[in-house]
Design a protein around this ligand. Structure first.
Ligand code: NAP
Length: 194
């Protein structure tokens, strides 16, 4: 699959490497334009390329990996998602108004997207720890579109063990920053780290 990234920082690079290792192609973008990412794309290899935010957002599956205050501006560049899958990997800081779940806010910024909340629960430093053999990591995801969740779950295996928490609002409350499943590192041999 071709996987786009809005944001090319720590989270994007970690998951880009993972997807490349498993045969996918990645398209990375940031606010400064593709030239600023050429070196990174070269380092990642021939199946990685740098592009504009719009081009990254044109891919079949797109990961939103910007910081929370950057999300509205980043998504404003994509007027209509036409049913493409957007994975919200962001974490909303706890001091923000939490009347609605974080992903409901992101959904407002991304009209027409099939939104899945995922990848936000794992601390990247922990994912990058290459203990060998490394157990599969449980990875929570939530969303209202079953097919979108299945497609994401498919590209996260092997390596991760996706656990569907249900709809965007109910699941989002559990896995968003401050929720009981946020920052929970659970592997399949039931080792817990906080
Ligand atoms: N770090 C973790 O362990 C972890 C784990 C799970 C989830 N998260 C969440 O994942 C998100 C990303 O975290 P991170 O650690 O990867 O942050 P980061 O390293 O600061 O990366 C943010 C990226 O977003 C880009 N960006 C900023 N404004 C943009 C815009 N308007 N349009 C497009 N791209 C833009 C930045 O590049 P330019 O400034 O060059 O545009 C940068 O590449 C955050 O919401 C974080 O809470 C973090």
């Amino acid at each position: 699959m071709k996987i786009g990234f809005i944001g090319a920082g720590k989270v994007a690079q970690t998951f880009a490497r993972y997807f490349l290792q498993h045969g996918h192609e990645v398209v990375l973008s940031n606010s400064r334009g593709p030239e600023s990412l050429d070196n990174l794309a070269k380092t990642l290899g021939p199946k990685a390329r740098a592009a504009s935010v719009q081009e990254a957002a044109d891919q079949e599956l797109v990961i939103l990996a910007v910081r929370w205050p950057q999300a509205e501006q980043a998504l404003a560049q994509v007027p209509d998602w036409n049913g493409r899958i957007l994975v919200d990997a962001t974490n909303r800081p706890l001091d923000q108004d939490a009347t609605r779940t974080a992903s409901e806010v992101i959904a407002d910024y991304a009209p027409g997207a099939r939104l899945v909340k995922a990848l936000n629960t794992l601390v990247v430093d922990w994912i990058e720890d290459d203990a060998d053999p490394k157990p599969e990591l449980v990875l929570f995801l939530s969303g209202d579109d079953a097919e979108a969740k299945q497609k994401l779950a498919a590209v996260l295996q092997p390596g991760f063990f996706p656990v569907d928490l249900g709809g965007l609002v109910a699941g989002g409350k559990l896995q968003q920053f401050g929720g009981p499943l946020s920052g929970l590192h659970l592997d399949l041999i039931k080792q817990l780290k906080f």
